[in-house]
Design a protein around this ligand. Structure first.
Ligand code: CP
Ligand code: NVA
Length: 307
């Protein structure tokens, strides 16, 4: 399969077969790394990495991925570059594309990533926007596949904010023939347009649900997922959100409503005692640190295949 030159902006840009292909490549590169087999497929290549929001995992795993693949990642902080002084994205895009082989961007407005991709004639990778977090979800799918041996037919319950994570998980679940049930407070539901997109992508639109009660979402679930109540850029709403989300927590009691061997995922960073208890995060059903590790392997696949 040839995905060379493609952008990686949302999961809905990819078919089920293409996502399976990325997962196979990730698995292969992971086993090569573990066995000490060189896989320097991107020698001499560079990836510009623009960050307008903080990051630990995305930044370090993409930079390490480029290094392992024989290339280099170039970190660009908006404030240390002309981007922070207002250089238009279409100019930045055209200039960077003349230097580098790919551009990763983490920003606020999803539209900015689309603009960047419009003007850059190298692959553009969405490293998180207010709307989506598709590189995270490839690592999540890899983790689920490793732990459960399959994706199809599994039920994923997401508890919390109808945010970028909820959006990307809904799209991924729809494409990969999973069932996705999102439980969130009324005012914090996912964007209705994304729900509509996911239902259109799903073979059975009834498998994509948004409910109020965490227990209802979790019933029969094989995977429980959560994310912070207050995302980057929403810090001023933290107090109001803490009240609204009380009860939307993955804890030991909620786990009893899920399948017996349900696994728990969280994109991290986590706030223990808010969206998840320390007990569950550190408990035997948590695959959260495997998931974090898989960012590296999933990102290698994205870079290897696109660049
Ligand atoms: N999960 C995730 O994207 O983590 P960072 O914000 O640390 O990159
Ligand atoms: N929803 C979170 C995800 C962090 C990886 C945020 O956007 O801040």
């Amino acid at each position: 399969m040839n995905l060379r030159g493609r952008d990686y902006i949302t999961l809905s840009d990819f078919s089920k077969d293409e996502i399976w292909y990325l997962l196979q490549v990730a698995k292969d590169l992971k086993s090569k790394q573990k066995a000490g087999i060189p896989h320097q497929h991107l020698q001499g290549k560079t990836l510009a990495m623009i960050f307008k929001k903080s990051s630990t995992r995305t930044r370090v795993s993409f930079e390490t991925a480029m290094y392992h693949l024989g290339g280099t990642g170039i970190f660009i902080n908006e404030n240390d570059s002309q981007i922070g002084r207002g250089e238009p994205i279409e100019d930045t895009a055209r200039v960077l594309a003349r230097y580098v082989d790919g551009i990763l961007i983490r920003t606020f407005e999803h539209q900015e990533v689309l603009e960047l991709a419009k003007y850059a004639d190298v692959p553009v990778i969405n490293g998180l926007t207010d709307g989506y977090h598709p590189t995270q979800v490839l690592a999540d799918l890899l983790t689920i596949w490793e732990h459960k041996g399959t994706l199809e037919g599994l039920k994923l319950a997401y508890i919390g904010d109808g945010n970028n994570m909820a959006h990307s998980l809904m799209l991924a679940g729809a494409i990969m023939d999973m069932e996705v049930s999102i439980a969130c407070p009324k005012e914090y539901e996912p964007d209705p347009l994304v729900i509509q997109d996911a239902r259109l992508l799903a073979k059975n639109s009834g498998k994509i649900n948004v409910v109020c009660e965490p227990e209802e979402a979790v019933k029969g679930a094989h995977i429980l997922y959560t994310d912070v109540w207050t995302s980057m850029g929403q810090e001023e709403e933290a107090l109001r959100r803490r009240k609204a989300f009380a009860g939307y927590q993955i804890n030991k009691k909620l786990l009893t409503f899920a399948e017996k061997d349900a696994m728990v995922l969280h994109c991290l960073p986590a706030h223990r005692g808010e969206e998840i208890t320390a007990e569950v995060l550190e408990g035997s059903q948590s695959a959260i640190f495997d998931e974090a590790e898989n960012r590296l392997h999933a990102h290698k696949a994205i870079l290897d295949v696109l660049l």
